[in-house]
Ligand binder design. Structure first.
Ligand SMILES: [Zn+2]
Length: 221
């Protein structure tokens, strides 16, 4: 049979006192550490904001470099040739045969432009998953178009923004059409790739992208 403990009031009081003292010490430490943690947490938040700001500024400057680089001279030459031949093919004072030849040449040149282009200036149109009241039948895919060569691509589905070729990259500027509210590139306000005017002076297209960029870059330079 286990013998009962001999309870001593003095010893129990002493133990209570020891507990109270230890707790006081730990609570003091806890308060100090909590205050330090709050300061560190605030500092961490400030550092994260600074990093995010630096990332944003870096992104804008890299985008500005794409604008500065423009497009390769050889590509620009082909674009000019296409526009000149296309304009001539539409003239009424040339023979039908010449017009047909020119149109065939233009088609071939456009293929060459698309082969050589790395799609630096892309306009993106949002997809729409459709509305419940229309049984989602009014949805449509997102689409992107290169404003230099006309290469187009559809998003993988109506409610995602995933593409295979026209993806973000260090040599590519992608702008949602709603942010590129510029008639120089978007000839009409209809929301599809057909509203992008590709065969116009490259400088106009680049300038449209730059204007959009200038709004953000203005504060940095
Ligand atoms: Zn292209």
């Amino acid at each position: 049979m286990v013998e009962a403990l001999k309870l001593d009031k003095t010893r129990l009081d002493q133990m209570l006192n020891e507990i109270a003292k230890s707790r006081e010490v730990e609570e003091g430490l806890c308060q100090k550490l909590s205050a330090r943690a709050a300061k560190l947490s605030k500092k961490l938040g400030e550092i994260r904001i600074k990093i995010s700001d630096l990332n944003h500024r870096e992104k804008l400057i890299k985008e500005a470099l794409i604008v500065v680089a423009g497009i390769p001279k050889a590509l620009e030459k082909l674009r000019v040739e296409i526009m000149e031949k296309e304009a001539r093919s539409l003239r009424t004072d040339i023979l039908v045969e010449e017009s047909l030849v020119l149109k065939a040449e233009v088609k071939e040149l456009k293929d060459r432009v698309q082969d050589q282009c790395n799609h630096p200036f892309v306009v993106s149109f949002d997809g729409y998953r459709g509305s419940y009241s229309y049984d989602f039948e009014n949805g449509h895919y997102g689409s992107r178009i290169c404003a230099i060569c006309g290469f187009t691509e559809q998003s993988e589905s109506v409610d995602n923004d995933i593409y295979k070729a026209l993806v973000e990259g260090s040599c590519r500027l992608i702008r949602r059409s709603c942010f590129l509210d510029d008639t120089a590139v978007l000839g009409s306000k209809s929301c599809n790739v057909n509203s992008v005017i590709i065969w116009q002076p490259t400088a106009n297209i680049v300038a449209s992208f730059q204007r959009q960029l200038d709004r953000f870059l203005g504060n940095l330079l």
